[in-house]
Structures are given as structure tokens and as C-alpha cells.
Ligand binder design. Sequence first.
Ligand SMILES: Cc1ncc(COP(=O)(O)O)c(C=O)c1O
Length: 342
Amino acid sequence: MALIDLRSDTVTRPTAAMRKAMAEAEVGDDVYGDDPTVHRLQDRIAELFGCEAALLVPTGTMANQIALRAHTQHGDEIIIGKEAHCWRHESGALAALAGLQTHMMADASFTADDVRAAYKGGDDPHLSLTRVVAIENTHNMSGGTCWDRARLTAVIDAAHGLGLAVHLDGARIWNAAIAGGVAERELVRGIDSISACLSKGLGAPVGSVIAGRRDFIRRCLKLRKMYGGGMRQAGILAAAGLHALDHHRARLADDHANARALAERLAGARHVRIDPARVQTNIVMIELDRGSPAAVVERARASGILLGLSGAHRIRAVTHLDVDRAAVMRAADVIAELAAAS
Ligand SMILES: Cc1ncc(COP(=O)(O)O)c(C=O)c1O
């Protein structure tokens, strides 16, 4: 029986067409700036986001951490949403590499007033200076939710009014764009730095990008080398990213529809607490009012369904390129059965 892997949208394997594009990529040494395919990808990303420049890096973690380091000095403070990936799931890099302290908001999304209330500035020697506001769109830990554009605009304006930079962890900005029916450049308008992943819903095997102003990307280039992220014939990876942008962006709508269908099927299941209306993109958070989520995940594995745990209390299922509607519905049946038996 083939496994149905819903642990993450990072588990996809490159398609035959993507492998062909990778095999045929024109390459050079990108640390010398010689790789034409990397340049093509970076130009394409800059154009898509309406930014001056972009930089290819190996991972979303490195993209976030380089960008945040480039905005700050050690000891500065960053404002983040609740359970932001750059804080919760990047091995403490925010403290260890960027040397930042964190002001975490009560929710994943927050308001301009929240930013003004959190801000620390002036010359009080007791205080760490706030330098950056980081947004996550879509927000992983709250189930792939999208930021409201009007609220985001107000947050950006408030941050800029206080002299703060705004960073976007846009690992899944592609999903937010498809869900909202708008271009990526609309969603990132006004934001100073963007990190985005090619290796999640888009299905590339490796690769993330940072985008922003030319002088900012120049600083990121130096930090990329410092962090060990300079890659040589990286055009092979950039070719996968370009192929993904051309062929796998529009189809994210299928992943969103599959996630919604999964949630709708589970909404009627015994002992499952889920609101399908909260499923905006490709991440489904499943709560149980009885039994142990870990036990359900373990038993599902025995039936060939791989799921994730999000904290101790929730099961996480993520739809992607390598699971179709039939696979997702089979997973839903198994989860419903196991939850009912909890
Ligand atoms: C919102 C978000 N940001 C950043 C990352 C980090 O990406 P990577 O696993 O490539 O380091 C992830 C990975 O899941 C993520 O979900």
C-alpha cells in the first residue's frame, strides 16, 4: 500500500519534468556570481515581488535569519506574531545567530495599535531597541491562515512611522496569493524584506529566496557567505525553482480545495473538533475532544497515513502536489475512524 504523506508540503519529490529542467540547467559558480540560472531565478523573484533584488539561499530558516540579522544589531528587539516560525521552529537562531530578544504578540495576526504599544525606543538605557516587525503569511501554527491586507497595511504604516523595518516570513506566500486571488507583489507591497520558500507547496527539492532593496540584498549576500549558504553550481536548484514557478503555482488551488474537503469530511466525525471555514489554504489543524492526538498519529501510520503533531494537542495535515483528492479522502476516513474509536 502506498503511503499517504500529509506531514508537510515539504515531502514532495521533484517531477520528471522538474528533474529534466534541473539536468539541463546552465550553471556556473554562484559564489563568484557566475551562475546564469541563479541570476534568472533571482531576477524573476524580484520581478514577482516588485523588489529591486533577490538572493537564493538553501532554506527558509536561513532566509529568515539572514534577513533579520541584516536589519538589526545584537541586543535589539523584534516584534513577532504568536508562535512565529522564526522563533519557535528555527532552533533558537533568533537568539543564537541574530542575537535578538523577542516581543511576542498574543495572536498570529496583530494590529497597528499592538505594534505601537509594543514598541520600545528613545534613549532609555534600560531598554532594548525595537528594530523589526516580522509577519508570517500564511501563518503555519495557526493553520495556514492569511493576513488581512488592510490590517497588514496599517501594521506596515505603523512600523514605518516608528522607524522599524518589516520582514515577511512568506514561506507560503504563494498559497496566500492563490487563496486571496491576488498577485504576490500586492501582498508584499510596502514590506522591506521577504523570505519565500520554493521547497514547500511549489514542490522544488531545495531552495528559498530573500527579496528586498538592492543595498539590503548586498548585506544579505555577505551574511549568506558567513552562514555557510554560498552554493556553487546552484543553477541546478534554481532551475527547479523556475520550473516550480512556471508549473506549480496555479495548482496550489487544488491543495487548498483538498484541505477544505478533508476538514469538511472530519467536521462530521465523532470526537473531532474542526471548523472547515478556518481552513484557508493547505494546512489543516485537527483537535480531538477525547483521546490522544499522538496515539491517532501513531495508529494512522500503521494504516499508511503519515500525519504531523502540532504541539501536544493538535494533529496537523498538509496537502500538496503528491497527494490527490482520493488520497486525502482516504486519509480523512482513517482519521475519522481512529478519532471515533479514541
Ligand atoms: C512559516 C515557515 N517559515 C520558515 C520555514 C523554514 O523553512 P526551511 O524548512 O526551508 O528551513 C518553514 C518551514 O516549514 C515555515 O513553515
